[in-house]
Ligand binder design. Structure first.
Ligand code: FAD
Length: 298
């Protein structure tokens, strides 16, 4: 199907986009990778009268790995992030980026669009709440930073003021210390996960110094399982500890019955993904062969 007719504006900075969005109100949409927006327009589920294309904003795709922070431009594409050489040191990021959908979606879809969509099954949100990352926003009131956890406090409704846009994602380098993995269980590659889990561990000798864990598709929002840190910090990794954490995670998540499975099934998936994530992190830490991060059952 063809979308209904619309006017098109290609902007060269976020302020211009924000002003156009504010003045057109509900009648306008910003376009990033178009991987969600264009299909919805083609199905005529939405009919914006004005499409504001962010694709011409210089530096909006930049990725900067600084000493304190990793900053990723909102227009950075999933594949670009997953293949970015300076991010190879943080495999959890590559796991997440390169597990999204198929090559087409990864080559067009953007991290900013993914966050703005606020789909509880999207992959970036699960990772970014685990790492307690921030987004930088630009709008009529100027620039501000917001935690991803607050941006995504509700399903499909990002906490953005009228005319406000996501310009960058900022991850504190301290959250990326150690070894991590992002794992997902999917019906097929070009489908959102049925469940996903992000795990980042840091070590003090052979003991766990810190744990960060997040879940996607396990509730109406991405979930950060912060209590896991107190369960595990100071302990050595062994099968009993991993099982205890996996059980606690299965109780912590908030899945709902839907066409992807029952609540009980999804709790069991959460448990299994936690165990898988620990296996991968331990294998990576010791330089041994790690299991695959993504499973497909379709
Ligand atoms: C077949 C298929 C499979 C998929 N599988 C997965 C998957 O496995 N995992 C996963 O995580 N995702 C998946 N996706 C979603 C994909 O990652 C999309 O790229 C992403 O959700 C939207 O990003 P986009 O850049 O294409 O945004 P667009 O489609 O251009 O925009 C999406 C929404 O965000 C708004 N928006 C875009 N950028 C900004 C911004 N900077 N500031 C404010 N608002 C903005 C738009 O106005 C629009 O409302 C899949 C999509 C498809 C089509």
């Amino acid at each position: 199907m063809y979308p209904s007719s619309f006017n098109y504006l290609k902007v060269t900075n976020f302020s211009e986009a924000s002003a156009a969005l504010l003045s057109a109100g509900e009648n306008a949409k910003v376009l990033a990778g178009g991987q969600t927006l264009i299909p919805m327009m083609k199905l005529r589920l939405i009919k914006p009268e004005l499409l504001i294309d962010l694709g011409g904003i210089p530096s909006a795709r930049d990725i900067v790995v600084g000493k304190q922070t990793v900053e990723i431009g909102a227009l950075a594409r999933h594949a670009q992030i997953g293949l970015f050489a300076a991010l190879k040191a943080f495999p959890i990021v590559g796991d997440c980026a390169l597990g999204i959908a198929d090559a087409q979606v990864r080559n067009m879809g953007t991290i900013g669009g993914s966050l703005a969509e606020a789909d509880p099954c999207s992959c970036w949100p699960a990772l970014l709440v685990a790492l307690d990352a921030e987004v930088l926003l630009d709008g009529p009131q100027g620039e501000r930073a917001q935690r991803v956890r607050d941006l995504l406090a509700d399903a499909y409704t990002p906490d953005l003021a009228p005319g406000e846009l996501i310009t960058r994602v900022a991850i504190d380098r301290a959250a990326l210390v150690g070894v991590g993995a992002f794992v997902a269980f999917k019906r097929a590659a070009p489908a959102y996960p049925t469940a996903s889990c992000a795990l980042q561990l840091s070590y003090d000798g052979d003991r766990i110094a810190s744990v960060r864990m997040g879940f996607g598709c396990m509730g109406l929002t991405p979930l950060a399982f912060d209590a896991v840190h107190d369960m595990a910090a100071g302990q050595q990794i062994n099968a009993d500890l991993v099982e205890d954490i996996a059980q606690a995670a299965a109780e912590f998540v908030e899945p709902i019955d839907d066409n992807k499975g029952s609540e009980a099934y999804k709790r069991s998936l959460a448990r299994g993904l936690v165990i898988r994530a620990f296996e991968i992190v331990e294998a990576r830490r010791h330089g041994t062969q790690a299991p695959e991060t993504h499973s497909y059952y379709g």
